[in-house]
Design a protein around this ligand. Structure first.
Ligand code: WTA
Length: 665
């Protein structure tokens, strides 16, 4: 027998079936979608496309698949903004709230579908006046304000592709992305509120345009914070001035199903960012289907909240396109969870401020679905349960997570402290490249297991394979997707070769996602992180995610990151970095106890060689742990590229700890 691709240590046997009450009213309450899609997945997606969307012209062919290029719903014509707005207004739902928007300082707006349509139409006319045409690309670099979805939808109305650049990125990132896409326009704001103060954006655009991005002809600026900005004559224009003069008559233009909808750049670990291409009909079908069924959306009653940033794919698919296509009411929040409303900020020192803004928002708006990331959940664990306990969270019905493997203990904490043991948790695995959810429970059907994303959704097919590409029936392997899916990426902008190499060349005839996973005896999938995050300890291939879950399983641990550091004897040695839950003091004996806990949970093979109790962990701005930097620290190297690091001071602190008090053999 060949040696296992990734070994399988963590055993989790708690299970949570949906309650009878939930099943009774669930959008999907039985296995019929799975059965239909297994029978004929093209017909299944064709039905979803026709039922969930409004087409100007029906499609004649569901799928054309010339590996690795897919086209969905050929011959079909539709407009995304029409599907998100006009048709709801035409059907008499113009007064329904599309977004309850809340700024960080506490200013609010209730934006109805009719108002959103009005603003989108006016901004689409602005785009036309600025000379933009179907097929052009526009960069958007904005805070989480209503003008951001307005700008995106206005692009879709006239067939312009947007490229949203996350507001936390630097001028260099703006240059790279605008140059690669040859963007003609940047839409930005003076600043946005973050952590209690305006965080400048326009200056970064200015810096970028001083150095490069010469394709950009105009910059449209929203005045969000009233901070001082320099407006370049002829180039820079105020949003409010353009909008004041713009007509709200702007018919939605029917687009080909395969019309480019947007580019979203994702960074590889080293090389230049990849412009992931998404198109119209297939993308909208899958995000609408998954949003509706996985969050169990009842648009008449629900107040849905995805607490991500629109700068990431999660925000594209599950703040903008999915929820609006389904005509539901969402919350959109500008700021950070640890910035309370001004009246609740006690004193000047941020450290004294309460960290309950999310729970405050859930209570005030009666949020029914909350979608957030494991990294946020572990941060809430670290802050303690007192903040959520101080609020009435009974309106919540479904909880979601995305972005990283969720450790069983974090799942249980979410279940108990936020869901009041009463809300199904949907752990959704997907990627910028997949456009929409791929692996997730259906809340009214699936019996969940804490830490498992469970099964592929109806119409999506995955298989684990070993190093040689042979299917793995049980245990660890590489996660591959075996059939095309409607919201799959259509390529990398301007780089077909990289598209083939990155996703389609590792295993023949399969999409390789870059993630490891394991499948248990009941056929449940457990995501194990990026395959670069697999360690090799004395010949055993152990996933960092499993050791992290065992660390977080200890009652004093809130969050953990594990890396393999080069070791003369074992090849790699497991090094853990641990953040304690509120109320625990670091000590040598606690570190020892935590190491021993991993050995009990996973076996002695997985016991970390050292555990460092640290105040914080280095993360990217989207909240993923930068294990590469922790490896640099563990191996005593200079740090490599730190441009994507959210807070650079964290690494210095970890270094200090790591050199002073290792819990080591
Ligand atoms: C990881 C975010 C485990 C995974 C939507 C993937 C997850 C990468 C999960 C994509 C999950 C996302 N469980 N891991 N539920 N969801 N990931 O492009 O490694 O920002 O490949 O898309 O996040 O990140 P991206």
């Amino acid at each position: 027998m060949s040696e296992p691709t990734i070994e399988d240590y963590y055993v989790e046997d708690r299970t949570f079936p949906p309650s009878a009450d939930f099943v009774k009213n669930a959008v999907v309450a039985d296995r019929s979608h799975y059965e239909e899609a297994t029978e004929d997945y093209e017909a299944f997606w064709a039905r979803q496309a026709r039922e969930l969307l409004t087409w100007d012209e029906d499609f004649h062919t569901t799928l054309e698949w010339n590996l690795p290029y897919a086209k969905w719903f050929l011959g079909g014509k539709l407009n995304v903004s029409y599907n998100c707005l006009d048709r709801h207004v035409n059907a008499g739902y113009g007064e329904r709230i599309a977004y309850f928007w809340e700024g960080e300082p506490g200013d609010t707006r209730e934006i109805s579908y009719a108002e959103l349509l009005d603003e989108v139409s006016r901004f689409a006319n602005v785009l036309k006046q600025l000379g933009l045409q179907k097929g052009d690309r526009v960069a958007i670099y904005m805070p989480m304000i209503p003008e951001l979805p307005v700008a995106m939808l206005a692009c879709t109305r006239i067939g312009v592709a947007h490229s949203v650049i996350f507001g936390g990125f630097s001028p260099d990132a703006i240059i790279d992305r605008c140059e690669d896409a040859e963007a003609k326009l940047i839409i930005t704001a003076d600043a946005g509120y973050r952590r209690g103060v305006p965080s400048a954006l326009k200056v970064n655009v200015d810096a970028a345009l001083d150095q490069g991005a010469s394709s950009v002809r105009h910059v449209v600026v929203v005045n969000r914070c009233d901070t001082e900005v320099v407006m370049a004559e002829g180039r820079d224009l105020w949003w409010h001035e353009l909008m004041a003069d713009s007509s709200s008559e702007c018919p939605a233009e029917p687009m080909d199903s395969e019309q480019l909808l947007y580019l979203l750049y994702t960074s590889g670990t080293t090389a230049k960012p990849k412009g992931i291409m998404h198109t119209t009909g297939g993308y909208l079908t899958q995000v609408a289907y998954t949003h509706k069924t996985i969050f169990d959306i009842k648009r008449e009653e629900d107040v849905y909240w995805c607490a991500a940033d629109i700068g990431w794919v999660t925000g594209h698919s599950y703040i903008v396109y999915g929820p609006l296509t389904n005509g539901c009411t969402s919350v959109m929040y500008e700021g950070t969870p640890d910035t309370p409303l001004p009246e609740f900020r006690s004193g000047e020192d941020r450290a004294d401020w309460s960290k309950d803004r999310l729970w405050d928002i859930v209570e005030r708006y009666g949020v029914t679905q909350l979608y957030t990331a494991p990294t946020a959940i572990r941060t809430f664990m670290k802050w303690g349960a007192a903040d959520p306990k101080a609020h009435n969270l009974n309106s919540l019905r479904v909880l979601g997570t995305v972005g990283e493997p969720i450790n069983p203990e974090a799942w249980m904490w979410y279940h108990e402290n936020i869901g009041n043991e009463n809300c199904p948790i949907v752990d959704t695995w997907w990627q910028t490249e997949t456009g929409g959810h791929m692996i997730s429970p259906l809340p009214g059907v699936t019996t969940t297991k804490p830490g498992s994303a469970c099964h592929t959704i109806p119409g999506v097919f995955a298989e684990l394979v070993d190093d040689d590409g042979n299917p793995v029936e049980q245990g660890g392997g590489y996660l591959t997707i075996t059939h095309p899916w409607p919201s799959m990426l259509r390529g990398i902008w301007g780089d077909d070769e990289r598209y083939r190499d990155t996703y389609w060349s590792t295993y023949e005839n399969r999409y390789f996602a870059g993630d490891g996973a394991k499948i248990d005896g009941d056929g449940y999938l457990w995501l194990l992180g990026r395959v670069d995050d697999v360690m090799n300890v004395s010949g055993h291939r152990i996933a960092t995610a499993e050791v992290e879950s065992a660390l977080v399983d200890h009652s004093s641990v809130a969050e953990a990151a594990v890396v393999g550091a080069t070791d003369e004897i074992t090849g790699q040695a497991i090094i853990g970095y641990v953040i304690l839950r509120g109320g625990n003091e670091p000590s040598e004996s606690l570190g020892e106890e935590i190491r021993a806990h991993v050995a009990t949970k996973l076996g002695p093979m997985a016991r970390p060689k050292a555990v460092f109790l640290v105040p914080d962990l280095p993360k990217t701005r989207s909240g993923k742990i930068m294990r590469r930097l922790l490896r640099d620290v563990a191996e005593g190297r200079d740090l490599g590229d730190t441009t994507t690091l959210a807070d650079a001071s964290v690494v210095a602190e970890i270094r200090d700890r790591a050199s002073s008090d290792p819990q080591e053999d």
